[in-house]
Design a protein. Structure first.
Lengths: 268, 263, 357
């Protein structure tokens, strides 16, 4: 039993190491006076200084974060609705059809999504910029939310709903007090995956943006031809550290509040 | 009464599907029948059934399968061990964090790490195996792809495992089942939904990988995504690009039907 | 449920804070003002100090957007959603854009600094009379290599690459015209050859090169060559200059059979709103001192003759990047071969890529 625990820890540590190696590599070279991601010369903070003075880059970062947060939130809401819709459909063929349609955007290469959205927006007459990027990000994030939420719905025992109804709950209560709490882990998973999709996206954003609105991904990919300067490493390091602090902070705050309300389960 | 509730959920979702899924699909279908000069033709479809594109399609499916398989292999134990830790939500989030660093940057880092004079080879040297060509191989391609897709596989499996009633495992062990049998007969089947969701979230996008095939595989691996990107951007042959996309969608539909339906 | 609500509340609150901050920053930078100029350029392809200098000199605020490929840029301009005032396409893109009516003719009377451009770089086939474009940077396609890694050999021609000793030592750029063009040049055909028999010949010769080709890559080729992942790379001269700056063991040569002469040029797309400002910007970049400063920052070869006076001697006398044209072999500009022929080139290139497995 004891050795199992040890192997588990070793395995997890190993996975963590591999996941973080490229990140540490990036952070390491952000201090390189050499200018490239190899051959460390000597320690310098000049890249960080460059980043802090680049106002245009910061506007881009703010844009990126806003789009990511908003699109993830809205697409999660839409995705939950979608998952519920698919869950309640009884006919199998209809279910498969909806699922296939749902997954079309995940399988389509970004170029096609970008190009077709561009045509769509032109026909409708939506101005390119913040709105078009936001709509596109919501659009391609919804499917992944559905994929993350659906299995939780399927795992849910229908007797839970029956029991709630028997006890006199109305539709709204069933939704908010039974279903949603049960699928919350799926909702969180969907939200974080939507965030990832949004933060990483280049091709779709590139096609549908305009009027000076740009995101970090577009900026970074555009710099690839010239060689990505280490100031991008510096920026990524700052963003990364900020997120780590946020995550750890959020976690310990929620720990505190949940012990207050006694929500900690007796999970081993 | 139940019917009206179902309609309420369906409505906003159907609107989204109509606008952002059906419309683009129709557009793609429409374009697939035009050749490069704008004439109506079936030639694109004929071209797809030539050895070049069929080989590409087979290659895409094969690599997507490999990536999904290894992601599952690595992600399942990870998710399982995570559920046993004390601050599991925290560790889970920390595992997802690296995903938010820009993809291009991470791949550039891998180019450095897997390079001939990089970290990986340095380790291989010290343990005596010696420098090997890691970049531009199938191995590095699958490795980096799995690296990118891992969180998509870990999350749904983690969620499924969390749902698992631990007394079921205790019961199985009490009845004399070995650890492996418990896993095979109790744990895995009950987490199948999560596994399926993870596989879908990895296999489907892996079919159209483009960036990684060029960056890490040096175009030694050619997927349908490579061809589509070229047709849409370089040649401006939206017709052929759309045709390939149609087949991608069909392949995805097959995957959905095969992995779908339970009760 | 409470957790869900608090998460979403936090997210919406954060996004509005971010939006507000971004709007504030935009205001202070003057981006939402009236007198603006939208410039559409390759990433990191201009000295940011020059933009500031221009803004100070003219009072016009520059909105700077970047793209990573000509095709993507053309798609955006054609779609018309953004009012780009100045763009910097490559030469083959210009003939395409002319065809599709995407460019506005330049008013040469507003560009007095045009006289400083080396006349050799004016009036070229892709834009006779420079009606629509003005050269920005130029270069060649050639071979960058590390003599140490190939036993001290010297490379002078395309055909040298087919040497059996160079197994797995070559990196190629991911460009159909560059690679097929290399095949054509090695057979002493023109880069703009449309004869299908010749093209097939070139493709078959390229197939025989595959044992020597390690990978076909994009912009990361620079990093790979500097890291000595491979001994040889077929690259653009601008890339070569950067590579050599980082690792001086490498050398660059324009093969003697001939090669491609490329240009990146400033144009005014049809989406332009501030045409007056666009001309001011172009004229500003044509100023010899500014062109020299830009060349120093970007590292590519400038077509501005007078600017050479302001650059260090070891740069301007480097024959690799400022060749004297008489001694170099046949350098050709890419002609617009038409959609069908280009599609054929791409098919061949795709087949070449697949042949490697």
């Amino acid at each position: 039993m004891r050795s199992n625990k040890k192997w588990a820890t070793v395995y997890l540590v190993f996975v963590f190491l591999i996941l973080y190696t490229p990140i540490i590599y990036l952070i390491y070279y952000s201090f390189n006076s050499g200018g490239m991601m190899h051959d460390f010369q000597h320690f310098t903070l000049k890249w960080y200084q460059e980043v802090l003075h680049d106002t245009r880059l910061w506007i881009i970062v703010l844009n990126t974060l806003t789009i990511a947060l908003l699109s993830a939130a809205i697409s999660t809401i839409l995705g939950v609705i979608g998952a519920l819709a698919i869950y309640y459909v009884k006919k199998r063929h209809m279910k498969q059809l909806l699922l296939t349609l749902n997954n079309v955007l995940i399988v389509s290469p970004d170029v096609i999504i970008g190009a077709s959205f561009l045509i769509l927006f032109t026909i409708i007459g939506i101005q390119l910029g913040f709105t078009s990027v936001l709509l596109s990000h919501i659009a391609f994030s919804v499917p992944i939310v559905v994929l993350m939420v659906l299995p939780k719905l399927q795992e849910m025992s229908p007797t839970l709903i029956d029991a709630a109804r028997d006890l006199g709950a109305n539709q709204w209560d069933v939704l908010t007090k039974v279903i949603l709490p049960f699928i919350t882990p799926g909702i969180f998973a969907g939200f974080f995956m939507a965030l990832t999709y949004s933060l990483d996206d280049f091709a779709v954003t590139f096609f549908v943006t305009g009027n000076g609105f740009s995101t970090l991904s577009v900026e970074i990919y555009s710099r690839a031809r010239q060689g990505i300067s280490l100031s991008i490493n510096a920026l990524s390091t700052l963003l990364f550290l900020f997120t780590v602090v946020l995550v750890i902070g959020y976690y310990f705050i929620s720990q505190k509040s949940s012990t207050l309300y006694g929500m900690r389960g007796r999970r081993k | 009464m139940k019917n009206s509730v179902r309609n309420v959920y369906l409505l906003p979702y159907i609107i989204w599907i109509g606008l952002f899924v059906v419309a683009p699909i129709l557009l793609i279908l429409y374009y697939s029948f035009f050749d490069i000069d704008g004439n109506w033709t079936f030639a694109n479809y004929k071209t797809f059934f030539t050895p070049i594109y069929l080989k590409m399609a087979a290659s895409s499916v094969w690599y997507a399968f490999l990536i999904t398989f290894f992601s599952l292999l690595v992600a399942y134990p990870t998710a399982y061990f995570l559920t046993k830790t004390k601050h599991k939500q925290l560790w889970l989030l920390l595992m997802i964090l690296p995903t938010w660093v820009n993809l291009l940057l991470k791949v550039y880092a891998f180019l450095g790490i897997f390079g001939t004079y990089g970290l990986a080879n340095a380790i291989l040297e010290t343990i005596g195996i010696g420098t090997k060509q890691i970049l531009f191989t199938d191995f590095s391609f699958v490795f980096v792809s799995v690296y990118i897709f891992i969180p998509f596989m870990i999350l749904p499996i983690f969620n499924s495992l969390e749902e698992l009633n631990p007394t079921l495992i205790d019961a199985a062990r009490d009845l004399g089942a070995s650890a492996w049998t418990t896993f095979r007969r109790v744990v895995f089947p009950l987490t199948l939904d999560g596994v399926k969701a993870g596989c879908q979230a990895v296999f489907i996008p892996a079919l159209s990988l483009f960036m990684i095939t060029r960056l890490v595989a040096g175009n030694r691996v050619i997927t349908l995504g490579t061809a589509i990107e070229e047709h849409f951007l370089v040649t401006q042959n939206w017709g052929m690009g759309s045709t390939i996309a149609v087949f991608l969608i069909i392949a995805m539909a097959i995957v959905v039907i095969m992995t779908g339906n339970r009760k | 449920m409470r957790k869900l609500i608090s998460l979403f509340a936090a997210v919406f609150f954060a996004s509005f804070v971010l939006l507000y901050a971004s709007a504030l920053l935009n205001k202070t930078e003057g981006y939402s003002g009236k007198n603006t100029l939208t410039v559409y350029n390759w990433g990191d392809y201009i000295d940011p100090a020059l933009i500031k200098k221009f803004e100070k000199q003219t009072g016009i605020k520059v909105i700077y957007q970047t793209f990573d490929s000509n095709e993507a840029m053309m798609a955006k301009i054609a779609q018309g959603g953004t009012t780009f005032d100045v763009a910097v396409p490559s030469e083959y893109a210009i003939s395409k854009m002319k065809e599709e009516g995407l460019l506005i003719p330049l008013d040469h009377s507003k560009l007095p600094n045009l006289k400083y451009i080396n006349p050799r770089f004016l009036n070229l086939s892709f834009d006779p009379g420079n009606k629509y474009s003005v050269p920005y940077f130029w270069g060649t396609v050639g071979i960058v290599y590390n003599p140490e890694m190939i036993g001290g050999k010297k490379i002078t021609s395309w055909n040298d690459l087919w040497d059996k000793d160079l197994r797995n030592q070559i990196l190629l750029v991911d460009g159909a015209r560059e690679v097929i063009g290399m095949g054509l040049n090695s057979l002493h055909y023109s880069l703009n050859d449309t004869n299908k028999k010749h093209l097939q010949e070139a493709k078959e010769k390229l197939d025989r090169l595959t044992p020597n080709v390690k990978a076909i890559v994009g912009d990361e080729i620079k990093m790979l060559l500097v890291n000595e992942e491979a001994a040889i790379g077929v690259v653009w001269s601008g890339d070569a200059a950067e590579i050599i700056a980082e690792n001086d063991k490498l050398d660059y040569v324009v093969p003697k059979e001939g090669s491609n002469l490329w240009f990146d040029n400033m144009v005014i797309p049809k989406t332009a709103k501030n045409i007056e400002g666009a001309h001011q910007f172009i004229n500003f970049m044509l100023d010899p001192k500014n062109a020299a400063q830009n060349a120093e920052y970007v590292g590519y070869s400038t077509p501005n003759e007078k600017a050479l006076d302001y650059l260090p001697k070891e740069v301007t006398e480097d024959k690799r990047f400022y060749p004297d044209f008489e001694s170099v072999g046949n350098l050709e500009v890419y002609e617009n071969l038409g959609k069908r022929m280009l599609a054929y080139y791409n098919e061949l290139f795709l087949q070449f890529k697949m042949h490697r497995k």
